[in-house]
Design a protein. Structure first.
Length: 255
C-alpha cells in the first residue's frame, strides 16, 4: 500500500526564519543580504516540513521518501522515484492561481537527478498539461538542455539553455514577470537563459504538481515524472532579483 503523509505548506512567511543555510556563512554575512518572503516554502528537516505562519496549506505527499540533503542531514530532502511503472511520486498543490494570480512568479529549488533513471526529468508541471498553456520545466533534457515553459511553448512561453547533463545537487530558479516583461532561468547562481518577453497562463485553475507527470506532445506521462532528489523548494509571487537569487543560492538571508 502506498504511504501517504501530510505536510504543511507555508504562506507569506519570512524565509529567514528557518531557511536551511550554508553552514560556512556567518551571521554578519547574512545581515548584508536582502530578505525574501516566499508565498510557499517547503523546507524539509528531520522528516518534517516547516511551519512558519498560521496561514498554511495542507497538501498530500504521494510516495516520495525522506532522505539525506546536500549538507548530509538525514531525513531533510525528498527522493522521487519517477514513473515507477505507473506508481509515481508527486506532491499536489491546490491550483496555480493561488501561487500566481498576477503573472509574477519565481520558483526556486535544489535538484539532483538520479543517474540510474535517466528519463523523467520534469520537477514540476500543471495537471492537465497543455503545450499551448503550459507551466513546467525540464532538466537534463533533450538531451543536454534545460527548459523553462510558461504559456505557449510555440510562442513566447519557452526559454532554454544548452547544458551538460548533471547528476549533482544544482540550484534552479525559474522566473516570469509581467511587470518586467521577461522570463529567466538561473542555474547555480548564473543566468543561463532569458527573454525580454513572456506569456500568460490562461487557465490557472489547474493543479500545480511537484514531481512532474505532464506527458504532452505525444509523449507518455512516464517520460515526464521526475526521478531524483529535491530540497528547499520556495515559490514567490514576485520576480526575484539577481541579488535575491544569489542570497538563496548561498544560503544567506537577512535576520
Amino acid at each position: 500500500m502506498k504511504k501517504i503523509a501530510f505536510f504543511t505548506i507555508v504562506c507569506f512567511a519570512l524565509m529567514a526564519a528557518c531557511k536551511k543555510t550554508n553552514p560556512e556563512v556567518t551571521n554578519t554575512e547574512r545581515q548584508n543580504f536582502i530578505s525574501t518572503e516566499p508565498s510557499i516554502s517547503l523546507l524539509f528537516s528531520n522528516g518534517n516540513s516547516s511551519d512558519l505562519s498560521n496561514n498554511r496549506r495542507r497538501v498530500v505527499l504521494h510516495g516520495a521518501t525522506f532522505t539525506t540533503d546536500r549538507f548530509g542531514n538525514a531525513n531533510s530532502a525528498l527522493y522521487f522515484k519517477g514513473w515507477n511503472n505507473g506508481d509515481p511520486d508527486y506532491i499536489d498543490f491546490p491550483t496555480l492561481y493561488e501561487l500566481d494570480s498576477t503573472d509574477e512568479i519565481s520558483i526556486s529549488m535544489w535538484l539532483k537527478v538520479d543517474s540510474t533513471r535517466p528519463s523523467g526529468n520534469t520537477p514540476f508541471t500543471l495537471i492537465p498539461d497543455d503545450p499551448y498553456d503550459r507551466l513546467n520545466c525540464h532538466v537534463n533534457y533533450s538531451p543536454y538542455a534545460a527548459f523553462w515553459d510558461n504559456g505557449d511553448i510555440y510562442g513566447s512561453g519557452r526559454i532554454y539553455a544548452a547544458r551538460a547533463d548533471s547528476y549533482e545537487w544544482d540550484h534552479y530558479v525559474f522566473i516570469k514577470s509581467k511587470i518586467h516583461s521577461k522570463m529567466e532561468l538561473y542555474i547555480n547562481d548564473s543566468l543561463y537563459a532569458s527573454s525580454n518577453s513572456y506569456d500568460d497562463i490562461d487557465n490557472k485553475h489547474r493543479t500545480f504538481r511537484l514531481g512532474g507527470g505532464a506527458g504532452g506532445l505525444g509523449m507518455p506521462a512516464g517520460d515526464q515524472y521526475f526521478a531524483g532528489w529535491m530540497d528547499d523548494i520556495q515559490i514567490y509571487s514576485k520576480a526575484l532579483t539577481a541579488a535575491e537569487v544569489d542570497s538563496i543560492y548561498n544560503g544567506i538571508t537577512s535576520n
